[in-house]
Ligand binder design. Sequence first.
Ligand SMILES: NC(=O)c1ccc[n+]([C@@H]2O[C@H](COP(=O)([O-])OP(=O)(O)OC[C@H]3O[C@@H](n4cnc5c(N)ncnc54)[C@H](O)[C@@H]3O)[C@@H](O)[C@H]2O)c1
Length: 280
Amino acid sequence: MDIFGIVGAGIMGNDLAIFFAESGYRVLLNDIDPYRLDTARGKIHDRLSSYERRGRLDADRMADLESRVEFAESLDEFSRADIVIECVTEDLEIKKRVFAELDETCRPGVVLASNTSSKSITAIAAATRRPESVIGLHFMNPVRAMRLVEIICGLATTRETFETVKQIVKKAGKEYVESRDYPGFIANRILMPMINEAIFALYEGAGTVEAIDKVMKLGMNQPMGPLELADMVGLDIVLAILDELYRGFGDTKYRPCPLLKKYVAAGYLGKKSGRGFYTY
Ligand SMILES: NC(=O)c1ccc[n+]([C@@H]2O[C@H](COP(=O)([O-])OP(=O)(O)OC[C@H]3O[C@@H](n4cnc5c(N)ncnc54)[C@H](O)[C@@H]3O)[C@@H](O)[C@H]2O)c1
């Protein structure tokens, strides 16, 4: 059974660990923060238990899935991985350091994917000596519910690497689109300006949090309001993506709202910190 290495045990890393275990892989999950890794163990157990309670899987299947996820305190263990996806903080310098380390540890030819929402795959790949095997694999949150994955080739990514991840995505039952390597790719180039505008509407007093979300839910038939969605994504991630769009295109239309910056500075990161536009 192939081993899927996942770096970063936050919202996306935990979700992907369960998803790839269910898709037939063994999973190696790493985080730089031992506390986060320990929390991930509990969260994955709780999530699988809730699936069992709801009858979505039986006790044997739950035990099997849980046994497939190993927790790796160091990236040294990734020498065993057959493919890797990186899900660390949305910061180019951190991602480049992780990829340089993965390049040292992983076997030659192993594909190194990034789940980045907005950062340059070409720049991430340049931190390795295998840029041809580096690719963007942008899963959406929550992984199980969202049908789409964006695949992004960097300047040096080969078609062979693209075909490898395309097969993984298809085998896992997802649709894909190929997006070009520009800031925010396709998904966040369109989504984030809408979320930012909703935050500006709040900042300028056009309406309350509830009113803004209600307009977009009931008036535009969106399943979630933009502020609720921002809380789910994580306000630090939203800000990092907007910063990338703003810097990358040099266009003021992507300027992050000052209220968003203030919330992130205060540690109001949304659902994951217990407080964002809503309180959890
Ligand atoms: N949150 C979303 O809705 C969403 C959706 C799609 C893609 N993404 C992307 O996925 C990535 C992860 O996002 P998230 O929301 O899971 O973030 P998160 O903040 O929940 O988790 C990030 C994790 O990375 C860990 N980390 C930081 N530096 C590390 C390192 N050097 N080595 C190992 N672990 C390290 C942190 O300790 C943390 O646990 C980001 O690139 C983000 O843009 C996020």
